[in-house]
Ligand binder design. Structure first.
Ligand code: IPM
Ligand code: MG
Length: 367
């Protein structure tokens, strides 16, 4: 029996979460295991329930602590945009969750299936076979969390400052995650930095070269982040694993998600340390896209990012790799068979337009 914390959150979060849990029911029946699920409030939903006290109640943290992994929906929306920044759903819930659970490794797959190249804004002749890039983003260090951080008066005017800081050990451990992932893939790592300007990047690059020594089968190359941003939209098919620090990863992973065609297809995993004596991580799994308030409640959101997030949870935190493989294959067949929510539809022949629930049904049928 596995224990998972279910944090649906806001916007389309609850509706895609409901569908992913139905899919999970079907996976469990087929592969003969069970999950005990504890639902907890997060984001705007938690603010509403606590009279705007917090987007991350203690009970939610406790539910997560008692679990093997967290299945997360999405948080945020216009209703909470004018609250003080510290309690806004994104900053007040996501960042503290990452920090509290030490979720330092953010895996964001940027996959454009060959059958969905039309959805990519990249000229199709540049990506005839789609592409499959894995972005590995450092998630608990760098300028997001460095101190001093703040704002004060200097010489009669407001001054604000953030600090970008990295310990070598923080760089090493994220690079090991990237190289380990590359070993299961095409064995190529591109490390992205700004070593022509930043001291943290000089240390980053040195460390990348050192860590690469432990993985003789993997080739390593380096790109400055500005160049990486260009190359990603010029030759996305040429990358295998990208690894980079927190802020660069925030920006590049959004670029990658955009060029892959639909955010509605992309899951993500934020992993902490390994559970003792196992190869499993404590982790939080969530769609790469946001809460999409503009389409929430209409039953039209693509549930696949949430379904694939559940698959990553099965693989990395629950040790149900076979079930995860089957689920990934069922999703791929669903797309191959032409089922399309609005975000990935073109109206081409052979496509069937479906809503959130029907898309999940189609995945369940193909399991
Ligand atoms: C992300 C988001 C967050 C980040 C925000 C919401 C704090 O953009 O997960 O990429 O910057 O990390
Ligand atoms: Mg981001």
């Amino acid at each position: 029996m596995h224990r998972i914390a279910v944090l649906a959150g806001d916007g389309i979060g609850p509706e895609v979460m409901t569908e992913s849990l139905r899919v999970l029911d079907a996976v469990e029946a087929k592969f003969d295991f069970t999950t005990e699920r504890t639902e907890a409030l997060v984001g705007g939903a938690a603010l509403d329930a606590t009279d705007n006290e917090t987007p991350l109640p203690k009970a939610t943290i406790q539910a997560c602590e008692a679990s093997d992994g967290i299945l997360f929906g999405s948080v945020g929306g216009p209703k909470w945009e004018n609250l003080p920044p510290d309690i806004q759903p994104e900053r007040g819930a996501l960042l503290p969750l990452r920090k509290h659970f030490g979720l330092f490794a953010n895996l964001r797959p940027g996959v454009c299936l060959p059958s969905l190249t039309h959805a990519s804004p990249i000229k199709n002749e540049l990506v005839p076979d789609g592409f499959d890039v894995l972005c590995v983003r450092e998630l608990t260090g760098g300028v997001y969390f460095g101190t001093p951080k703040g704002r004060e008066e200097r010489d009669g005017e407001p001054v604000a400052f953030d600090t970008m800081v990295y310990k070598k050990s923080e760089i090493e451990r994220i690079l090991h995650v990237a190289f380990t992932a590359a070993m299961q893939r095409d064995k190529r790592v591109t490390s992205v930095d700004k070593a022509n300007v930043l001291a943290t990047s000089v240390l980053w690059r040195e460390t990348a070269i050192e860590v690469a020594g432990h993985y003789p089968d993997v080739t390593l190359d380096h790109l400055y982040v500005d160049n990486a941003a260009m190359q990603l939209c010029r030759r996305p098919g040429s990358f295998d694993v990208l690894v980079t620090e927190n802020l660069f990863g925030d920006i590049l992973s959004d670029e990658m998600a955009m060029i892959s065609g639909s955010l509605g297809m992309l899951p993500s995993a934020s992993l902490g340390s390994k559970k003792e004596g196992t190869d499993l991580y404590f982790g939080m799994y969530e769609p790469s896209g946001g809460s999409a308030p503009d389409i929430a409640g209409q039953g039209i959101a693509n549930p696949i990012a949430q379904i694939l997030s559940a698959s990553m949870l099965l693989r990395y935190s629950l040790g149900e790799g076979e079930a995860a493989d089957a689920l990934d294959a069922a999703v791929a067949r669903t797309i191959d068979d032409g089922l399309r929510t609005g975000d990935i539809a073109t109206g081409a022949e052979g496509e069937t337009r479906v809503g959130t629930r029907e898309m999940a049904d189609a995945v369940i049928e193909r399991l």
